[in-house]
Design a protein around this ligand. Structure first.
Ligand SMILES: [Zn+2]
Length: 291
């Protein structure tokens, strides 16, 4: 079971979210037929987005994490609801790259560094709140850390990891985001940085551990107190009604062309790969309603 745990240090100056997200990333892999490097890139993004979604308080709020680095994988997109249930896709799910010299999947090479990381929070207001920063490495955790510091002025440390097994299934996945509150003492920052340097890779811990173990490592010696613990999953909200609404918005001219073609319109959900079929008669009906 995937879960997000939130905790705070005893002094109240550092908050952490940690996720174990193996099932989420495995679902994404099966839906999209992700290659190992695509599993790692989308998996890290899904885990991060889920933690950001879990922090939203407003009803029906969503957060979208979009990374476009100009690399061969194309755009990487994840969307979370306000409970951390997340969905996502990459433009080129089958991309294959040689491993890096250290034997790791080359996520930075797949994503690229010529572009931006964008966080868009839709809180149900007229306009979403959007922040964006240049990519640092395309490895995603570093890019997100830079985003928080530069765009939201929040001292942040972030670790994300996906371990792909020899049969290409997801062995483990997850990560953490620590944010420092204003006035956090330097000694606290030093302790957290030291803990992160000592703990090794996120996946080293998650292979035999949980989100709670991640928190115990990152906040070692700081007496973390658990605030919440929630189970999360890969969840798409598409439906025939939603697709229908989207169809209506493309305009009568485009709809007319589809109707006249005499063929079924097949509309594919990018997030869950479900196909919705509309017959020419149905398209004509939609057309009649839009006019
Ligand atoms: Zn869907």
């Amino acid at each position: 079971m995937d879960e997000i745990i939130r905790a705070v240090t005893a002094d109240g100056y550092a908050k952490i979210s940690a996720i174990s997200g193996r099932s989420i990333v495995e679902s994404a892999r099966k839906i999209h037929g992700l290659s190992p490097v695509a599993s790692a890139a989308l998996g890290r993004t899904l885990c991060a987005c889920s933690m950001l979604g879990d922090l939203l308080k407003e009803k029906d709020a969503t957060v979208t994490l979009r990374i476009n680095g100009g690399g061969p994988i194309g755009n990487v997109i994840a969307v979370s609801d306000n409970s951390g249930n997340v969905r996502g896709y990459v433009q080129n799910p089958h991309i294959d790259l040689p491993l890096k010299q250290n034997g790791k999947l080359d996520v930075g090479g797949a994503v690229g560094v010529n572009g931006t990381l964008t966080v868009s929070r839709d809180l149900g207001l007229k306009e979403p709140y959007i922040g964006s920063t240049a990519l640092v490495s395309g490895e995603i955790a570093e890019d997100l850390t830079y985003y928080f510091v530069e765009s939201e002025q929040v001292g942040t440390a972030c670790g994300l990891g996906v371990l792909v097994d020899t049969d290409l299934s997801i062995r483990c996945a997850g990560g953490f985001i620590v944010s420092l509150l204003p006035g956090a003492p330097v000694s606290l920052i030093d302790t957290i940085e030291g803990n992160i340097a000592k703990m090794g890779q996120v996946t080293d811990i998650l292979q035999n551990g949980t989100a709670e173990d991640l928190i115990d490592h990152v906040l070692s010696g700081l007496e973390p107190e658990t605030l919440s613990c929630k189970s999360v999953e890969y969840r798409c909200y598409c439906s025939r009604e939603r697709i229908l609404r989207a169809l209506k918005s493309i305009g009568s001219e485009a709809l007319g062309e589809i109707a006249e073609s005499g063929e079924n319109a097949e509309i594919n959900c990018h997030f869950c790969n479900k196909t919705y079929i509309f017959t020419p008669d149905e398209i004509r009906n939609i057309l009649a309603q839009t006019e």
